[in-house]
Design a protein around this ligand. Structure first.
Ligand SMILES: *Cc1c(COP(=O)(O)O)cnc(C)c1O
Length: 492
């Protein structure tokens, strides 16, 4: 499949380099790559960079989670963690199909309300809560997840002055796992003296404007056993608080469900070893400036130290199998599973995935501006794009891009290159890896970055140099025949 041709001409190609990380790619994405004329008209109309979203792929991810809840006979609800992508179309789609939306700022909340959200399908989990944000939630009876005592007091006071009862959930943390406490800067420690929490909700007349309806946590890392322990310990916490008439109905276990970007585990392992060898100096660099992405050479001990500081892009256990692993967990032989325990407690289980609901939902496309050779003899392909438009907390996006040619390359010969961006920084190299394609791209050709919907395209995007933000597009048709079903998100 490596080189697609139309009339025997090279049309688009994946990376042909020595250590590829081939993306899982959907039919809708391939159909766009197969249409250079459509791409040209899209970047002509909307500029470069563009992000294209496919709404039915989002629906499919939601359905997959719902099926798990059904299989386990759980009262489950999916909330879309909106912070992972800025598109309005996804929020609208979520609300229309009965998916909740997890909002984390006043703007996210206001927009979700405008798009039809309300008390039964929104939640406010913002890390820092301002008065206007809380008031907006209170006026719309949107449940608020409380992080600390100051917030609890503020929410109660604002509810009191608005003459309302605030529906709240408590964010918990500090779960014990293998005799250690899991640290988080968020939430109430589950081992705190619960006496005063109980007094708050039951006895203290100053806190009569609060109604505790749920518990919440969101854990860092990707251990299913830690999530499972978080659930069990939250349910123990609930037993304690429930005594005084509070009706805790839901347990929200946040997001962080792993997803898988890559086709081949072997490629992922081979890349890892090759990167270490390159950092050590045993092979040619795989990355710009031989960036170790977290690996470093210790010159004294002559060994590699550090860890790969990227998202784990290959995962055998991901999405629904990740969720199932949590639900099947038992704390010991013969004991109830997590799913049994949730059912026995009569709780609604809520999940708040961001990234994994966006699997196969988005791609980012940029136009080639120039080609040049640097003083090391490497080809640098300048894109009408900048580094902030493909960036997350991961040190690099370890997923191969595609090159879409407008016409067959002048010379069909495997050529290696780096992609560079528009910010006046030496470090604006888009993706740290070197890629090989069957020919140098022409000016106006396109580079497509696959599966960028979760965080990559939006989370760290900036407007340095006053460059415009990328344009968000979405398509409504399942199968993309032409451009007629592609719309601008800001015109929604
Ligand atoms: C970030 C976040 C999520 C979503 O996490 P993903 O890794 O994108 O699934 C959900 N809930 C809370 C509270 C978060 O902070």
């Amino acid at each position: 499949m490596q080189i697609e041709t139309i009339d025997n001409k090279v049309n688009y190609s994946e990376n042909l380099g020595e250590f590829p990380l081939s993306p899982i790619i959907s039919e809708w994405m391939e159909s766009i790559l197969n249409k250079p004329i459509l791409l040209r008209s899209l970047t002509k109309e909307h500029g470069s960079t563009i992000n294209i979203h496919h709404l039915s792929s989002f629906d499919k991810n939601v359905d997959d989670y719902r099926k798990v809840f059904m299989t386990y006979e759980l009262d489950g609800k999916v909330y879309f963690a909106r912070k992972a992508n800025k598109s309005k179309a996804l929020v609208k789609r979520a609300l229309e199909s009965g998916v909740g939306v997890d909002t984390a700022s006043r703007e996210e909340l206001a927009q979700a309300i405008e798009l039809g959200g309300g008390h039964d399908n929104l939640v406010l989990t913002a890390a820092i809560k301002t008065r206007p944000m809380i008031e907006l939630a209170l006026r719309n009876n949107v449940p608020i997840i409380i992080d600390n005592e100051d917030e609890l007091i503020l929410v109660n006071d604002l509810a009191n002055s608005l003459g309302r009862i605030a529906a709240i959930g408590l964010r918990l943390s500090g779960f014990k796992f293998k005799n250690k406490k899991l640290y988080s800067r968020f939430g109430f420690d589950v081992n705190l003296d619960k006496g005063w929490l109980k007094r708050w909700f039951n006895d203290d007349p100053r806190f009569h404007n609060l109604k505790l309806i749920g518990l919440h946590f969101h854990l860092d890392g990707y251990s299913t056993a830690q999530r499972a322990e978080g659930i069990l310990q939250s349910l123990e916490f609930k037993e304690y608080l429930s005594v005084g008439g509070q009706t805790i109905r839901f347990l929200d276990i946040g997001g962080g469900i792993l997803m898988n970007y890559l086709r081949d585990k072997q490629q992922w392992q081979d890349f890892n070893s090759a990167l270490k060898q390159a950092v050590f100096g045993d092979r040619r660099p795989l990355t710009f400036g031989n960036d170790g992405l977290g690996y470093e050479k210790n010159h004294t001990t002559k060994s590699i130290t550090g860890n790969l500081q990227t998202y784990p892009y290959y995962n055998d256990i991901n999405k629904t199998s990740f969720l199932k692993e949590i639900l099947d967990y038992t704390p010991g032989f013969g004991l109830d599973t997590v799913a049994d325990t949730i059912r026995r407690n009569g709780m609604q289980l809520r999940i708040e995935p961001g990234r994994s609901l966006l699997d196969q939902v988005g791609m980012t496309i940029a136009k080639v501006a120039h080609r040049k050779k640097d003083s090391n003899g490497d080809w640098l392909v300048g894109l009408e794009m900048n580094m902030s438009q493909l960036r997350s907390s991961s040190r690099d996006f370890l997923v191969d891009p595609y090159l879409v040619y407008n016409r067959e390359p002048e010379e069909t010969k495997n050529t290696s290159m780096y992609f560079t961006g528009a910010y006046c920084l030496e470090q604006d190299v888009i993706l740290k890896r070197k890629f090989t394609f069957p020919g140098l791209p022409g000016i106006g050709d396109h580079i497509a970055f696959i599966n960028t919907g979760g965080y990559m395209m939006h989370f760290y995007e900036t407007e340095a140099h006053l460059f415009a933000l990328s344009t968000n597009l979405y398509c409504t048709a399942d199968r993309l025949v032409d451009g007629t079903s592609i719309y601008r998100d800001d015109q929604l």
